[in-house]
Design a protein around this ligand. Structure first.
Ligand SMILES: [Cu+2]
Length: 158
């Protein structure tokens, strides 16, 4: 039972729509504010949703991000519904490649931090790390208490 709970938590990945729910990939959204509200882990995905006629998405290096330059881009997206997988811990940088948009603030920096049971889905690795396992442990303890209570009530062996 404990193992099942931990595996489910480790496997839970989130897809974030950039800027949502208050904004999107546009010229108005404050991306520093938006990223501060979310925590990104390996396995999560981010979706850039926008009008392909108005914007695009370019993944760049830190230098490109700082300079608002997409000259040496890592990759470029322009469908208007671009899903980017955050596969590993580290920092990813994206900007809009249209003239002037990045300078107007259309750039985003995503810090991908290791999750509780990153890398291995092994339940054995989870209890040593901080975030999710605390809740999982409480759940397991509660579950065990219920089982013991039921067992006592029904005079059956656990
Ligand atoms: Cu743009």
């Amino acid at each position: 039972m404990a193992a099942a709970v931990l595996v489910l938590e480790a496997a839970a990945a989130t897809t974030y729509t950039v800027g949502a729910p208050d904004g999107l990939w546009d010229m108005q959204t404050n991306y520093a504010e938006w990223v501060a509200k979310n925590t990104f882990h390996p396995g999560d995905k981010i979706t850039f949703t926008y009008s392909a006629e108005l914007h695009d998405v370019v993944e760049v290096s830190k230098a490109g991000y700082d300079a608002c330059s997409s000259a040496n881009n890592i990759s470029a997206f322009r469908t208007g519904n671009d899903v980017v997988a955050l596969t590993a811990p580290g920092t990813r940088y994206f900007l809009c490649g249209l003239t002037g948009h990045c300078d107007s603030g259309m750039k985003i920096r995503i810090d991908v931090v290791a999750a509780a049971a990153t890398g291995s889905m092994s339940p054995a690795a989870a209890p040593t790390s901080a975030a999710a396992p605390a809740g999982a442990t409480r759940m397991t303890t509660a579950g065990l208490a219920v089982l013991l209570l039921l067992a006592a009530l029904h005079h059956v062996h656990v």
